[in-house]
Ligand binder design. Sequence first.
Ligand code: SF4
Ligand code: SF4
Length: 276
Amino acid sequence: MQTNFTLAQLADPDIAEANGILRNCVHCGFCTATCPTYQVLGDELDSPRGRIYLIKDMLENDRDPDEKTVKHIDRCLSCLACMTTCPSGVHYMHLVDHAREYIEQTYRRPMFERVLIASDTDHETQVPSGISRLVDHLWSSERLEVVQAGGRHGRVERLRRIVDHPIVRRTLRVCWENHDGAYNCCRCRKCLITMIGLEALGVRGSFPTFPGDLDLDLLAEAELTQMIQLVMWEDTLDAAQAAGRIDLAAPVARLVGRGKRNLGLPPSYRSRAATG
Ligand code: SF4
Ligand code: SF4
């Protein structure tokens, strides 16, 4: 491979060594056959030859690494399978090590590259309120990706997926009113919906963080005034019915019915096309 380093650049022993390595590469591409990242991703820039080009361009032009270069160098596993395959004896290891050092000295990595936001409800029932896939990604920028996560499952299904974990059992906290400083007051709407979900799943007794009795009469005083509340309680109603817990389902159904009236929806309204 032809290189065009200046004499001043070649005075740096690291650059001189990189220059020697680069010149040995004859672009034959044999190395791509054994490079795992190329085999999986199929992108020339994720092959040894592609990375060699990127490194050459970065070093020769004395330029700060861009995101693209950093991404493809970061993806290299340093497995060195390419070195074993290379018929020209290209010492890729020294080259990529030098490139990585150069990147660490000259590239400012973002503090976070990806932020996951837990969705309020599953995608099928989402409404444009609270945490919503309709808007969350709009917070993203060129350097930070904001992703809404968890939308494959509704509220109770998510609960079901975590209830067996010992840390969850010891620490689950949802209370938003914290009456008298309680960890979970067992009376506010969030405590009630969670406790009913745990009852429907048959595990409430395993959650010492909800020490109070489940007082279903409190639901008679509750009102749903937002679609997002209705969606979550419908989900809870589905779970109570699926568990055959009529004692839970009946008061929740009355709350959901009042919520529909409050929101001007017909009694037949269902946020989810098919339950389950
Ligand atoms: S060291 Fe990097 S470039 Fe070489 S084969 Fe492994 S992953 Fe591919
Ligand atoms: S096998 Fe060796 S010479 Fe051929 S492209 Fe890969 S690194 Fe360059």
